[in-house]
Design a protein around this ligand. Structure first.
Ligand code: NDP
Length: 341
């Protein structure tokens, strides 16, 4: 056990893009668990786009991080000391310890992990929150039918990659939109999407390239990014299309809202748009558990991790996530994973 608790605190609120100056890396004493608590060592920290919202003052769906507090975040840790009978030394846990190398917890909302079932880090990607987001949004709102065309943006990422693979497993044409050739090649060649449009290379031709990739129009658009990508997709929605409104990552750093979508078009095509927050539905994941973990185990759903070493590198990695620098689920390895060679 190292001698201190490294923590990344929110130092100031970003104006537009976050910068390293918005974060403070500090060393604090390792906390002692009280009766009913345990202490865990963080192994994996998940970095996710929603964290940008928590850094700002604007009202979101969850409370913001206070200045001087550690950044929030999902983690996988190992119990190193316990005064809670439900948790023993050595247990692996999925928790919300945030950007720090140690944390105490009462165990509320914590799930234990079987290290033999899957790599520990998968609990923060395909088998955890991003995988559930993909499954819930696609199956409950997108309601894909065989033969339909499903388009997903941020297609090589943690959520988008699972959406497209699930769409294929349900007999749909899966079309991704991603930034760069390497991401598009991965989406088609490794993940088996039918096509992928590189929105960065396409530029003004995005509408036309998307039409070529989805010649029968779009029945489900799984929205992850908003902005120019959304503007190219919406006119191509078919009658009665469904849009799971999952995220708008291209806008998270914007100081002013850009002009909105053409709502008239959504009206005349009778499109269903539904926003959702996956944490409202964590109790409704029976279908996810039946479908996704077995498909991952059998190799029908693949996933990719983008691993950054060391908590001190979390701020730069997070800043890059909001610009598409990650390639796959972005994770920080905070300390040694004893199950990984
Ligand atoms: P990813 O692993 O997909 O990483 C984010 C990706 O977003 C980047 O790699 C990049 O891909 C893309 N991106 C970043 N900036 C821009 C931009 N300016 N324009 C277009 N694309 C951009 O992240 P996740 O899979 O974790 O998240 C995807 C979306 O899902 C986000 O919007 C997130 O907020 C949302 N989400 C919503 C949840 C909910 O409950 N509603 C839960 C979890 C996630 P590229 O290089 O291809 O552009």
């Amino acid at each position: 056990m190292s001698a201190s608790n490294r923590r990344v605190l929110l130092k100031s609120r970003p104006q537009g893009e976050p910068t390293p100056a918005n974060f403070d890396l500090v060393e604090a004493p390792i906390p002692e668990p009280k009766e009913g608590e345990y202490l865990s060592r963080t192994i994996w920290l998940s970095l996710d786009p929603y964290m940008r919202g928590r850094m700002s003052e604007a009202r979101g769906y969850a409370s913001n991080v206070e200045l001087g507090d550690p950044m929030v975040g999902g983690t996988v840790g190992q119990v190193v000391k316990s005064r809670n009978p439900g948790f023993k030394e050595g247990d692996f846990v999925v928790e919300q310890s945030g950007w720090q190398s140690y944390a105490v917890s009462t165990g509320a909302g914590v799930t234990k992990l079987d290290p033999n079932a899957a790599p520990l880090s998968a609990a923060l990607s395909v088998l955890g929150m991003p995988g559930m987001t993909a499954w819930w949004g696609l199956m409950q709102i997108g309601k894909p039918k065989a033969g339909e065309t499903v388009v997903v943006s941020a297609a090589s990422g943690a959520v988008g990659s699972v959406v497209g693979q699930l769409a294929r497993l349900h007999g749909c044409r899966a079309v991704g939109i991603a930034g760069g050739k390497a991401k598009c090649d991965y989406v088609v060649k490794e993940l088996g999407f039918d096509a992928c449009v590189d929105y960065r290379a396409a530029g003004k031709d995005l509408f036309r390239e998307l039409r070529a990739a989805a010649p029968k129009g779009i029945d489900v658009y799984f929205e992850n990014v908003g902005g120019a990508v959304q503007a190219a997709v919406l006119p191509q929605l078919n009658d009665f299309a469904r849009v799971p409104l999952c995220g708008l990552v291209s806008q998270y750093n914007e100081m002013q809202m850009s002009p909105g979508p053409d709502w008239r078009l959504l009206l005349v095509r009778r499109v269903t748009v539904q926003g959702f927050i996956v944490s409202d539905h964590f109790g409704e994941m029976e279908g996810f558990r039946k479908e996704v973990p077995p498909a991952v185990k059998a190799g029908r759903i693949k996933y990719r991790e983008d691993i950054v070493q060391g908590l001190e590198n979390a701020p730069e990695a997070f800043i890059g996530l909001l610009k598409g620098r990650n390639f796959g689920k972005l994770l920080v390895q905070v300390s040694d994973d004893p199950t990984r060679k």
